[in-house]
Design a protein around this ligand. Structure first.
Ligand code: PMV
Length: 308
C-alpha cells in the first residue's frame, strides 16, 4: 500500500490567457488531497466503481502510467470540488504519485508530464499550470521562454510552456467559494471560440499576460497595493472573456475596503474568488455574510509527497 498527497493551487494572475501561451502565476496552498492505493481484485475508488464520471481523472491517470493488476484507491480531500482550487489536479497528481511509487519510479518530472496529459485528455484543452503547481508546490510562473528557476518545459502542438519556481513573500489570501460548480473544459472551450473570432479578445489575452508580469514583480517587491490593483484589472479582463458570474461579483464587492484587490481564480463561471488582504479573518467573515464559503489559505512550499 502506498499513500501520496498533493496540494491544491490558486492562480494569482493569468488563468485562461495561459492556455494561449501567455504567462501565469500560481501558488500551492495548504489544502491537500490524500490518495491511498493498493493492489486489489477490482479497480475502485472509495468502494465504488472507477467508471463513475467523478473518478475520470483517476481512471485517466491509470491509463497513462499503469499496466498491472487492479488497484483500489481511497481518496480524502480537504479541497472543494470544481471551485477553482485545483482539486482535479491534486487528485491527478496524487494518483500518479501513488501509481509511480508502486512501480518504484516516483519522480516529480514524470508526475508533471503525465499529469498534463491526463488534464488534456479529460478536459480537451489545458495548460500545465495546475498539475505543475500541485507537483512542485510553492510559487510557479509559467512563461513562454526559459528564465531563472526553470523546472521543466511541456509542450502541445505548436505551444511550449516553461515552468519556473517563483519565490514569493508570505501572502494573506482569502478564497471565497461561490458554491456554483463550473467545469473547466467547457469554459476553456468557450474562451477559445471567442479568441478565434475577435481581435479585441486576443488583445485582452495579451493584456492579461502583461498584467501577470507586472503582478509578479509587485508581489516580489512586497508592493501589495499595486498587486491588488493589478488583480482588479485582471478580473475585469476575465469578465470580458465571459468567464465571470454574478455570484463572484457579490463576493468581490463584499471585500471592498478590506482588501488590496480581488479577482476570480481558476476557470470562473462560478467557482471561487481570491482577495489579497492584511485582515484575513475579518474578510472571511464578510465573504460568509455575503453567502460565500471562505477559506483563509496559506501558501504551501510543499508539492506532491509520499506519506508512507
Ligand atoms: O480548473 P481550474 O479552475 O483550476 O483552472 C484552470 C485554469 C485555466 O487557465 C482556466 C485552464 C488551464 O488549464 O490553464
Amino acid at each position: 500500500m502506498v499513500e501520496c498527497s498533493a496540494p491544491g493551487k490558486l492562480i494569482l494572475f493569468g488563468e485562461h490567457a495561459v492556455v494561449f501561451g501567455e504567462p501565469a502565476l500560481s501558488i500551492a496552498v495548504d489544502l491537500r488531497v490524500r490518495m491511498r492505493a493498493e493492489r486489489s481484485s477490482a479497480f475502485e475508488v472509495n468502494g465504488e466503481s472507477i467508471n463513475r464520471r467523478k473518478y475520470r481523472y483517476i481512471k485517466s491517470s491509470i491509463e497513462e502510467v499503469w499496466r498491472g493488476d487492479p488497484i483500489a484507491f481511497q481518496v480524502d480531500t480537504e479541497l472543494p470540488v470544481a471551485a477553482g482550487l485545483g482539486s482535479s489536479a491534486a487528485v491527478t497528481v496524487s494518483t500518479l504519485g501513488a501509481l509511480l511509487q508502486l512501480q518504484g519510479r516516483f519522480n516529480p518530472v514524470s508526475i508533471a508530464q503525465n499529469g498534463f496529459q491526463v488534464e488534456l485528455k479529460v478536459q480537451g484543452n489545458a495548460s500545465p499550470i495546475d498539475t505543475t503547481t500541485s507537483t512542485h508546490g510553492g510559487g510557479i510562473l509559467v512563461d513562454e521562454s526559459a528564465g531563472p528557476g526553470l523546472l521543466w518545459s511541456l509542450s502541445r502542438n505548436d505551444k511550449k510552456w516553461f515552468l519556473h519556481d517563483c519565490p514569493l513573500p508570505e501572502l494573506n489570501l482569502v478564497v471565497g467559494n461561490t458554491g456554483i460548480k463550473a467545469e473547466t473544459g467547457p469554459l476553456v472551450h468557450n474562451v477559445k471560440e471567442l479568441v478565434g473570432g475577435s481581435r479585441v479578445v486576443r488583445g485582452h489575452i495579451r493584456e492579461i499576460g502583461r498584467i501577470t508580469q507586472q503582478g509578479k514583480a509587485a508581489l516580489q517587491e512586497g508592493d501589495f497595493s499595486l498587486a491588488g490593483k493589478l488583480m482588479n484589472q485582471n478580473h475585469m479582463l476575465l469578465n470580458a472573456l465571459g468567464v465571470g458570474h454574478p455570484s463572484l461579483e457579490k463576493l468581490i464587492s463584499a471585500c471592498e475596503g478590506l482588501s488590496y484587490g480581488a479577482k476570480l481564480t481558476g476557470a470562473g463561471g462560478g467557482g471561487s474568488m481570491i482577495a489579497l488582504t492584511e485582515e484575513p479573518e475579518e474578510l472571511a467573515k464578510r465573504i460568509r455574510d455575503a453567502g460565500g464559503e471562505p477559506y483563509v489559505v496559506k501558501y504551501s512550499r510543499e508539492g506532491v509527497r509520499l506519506e508512507v
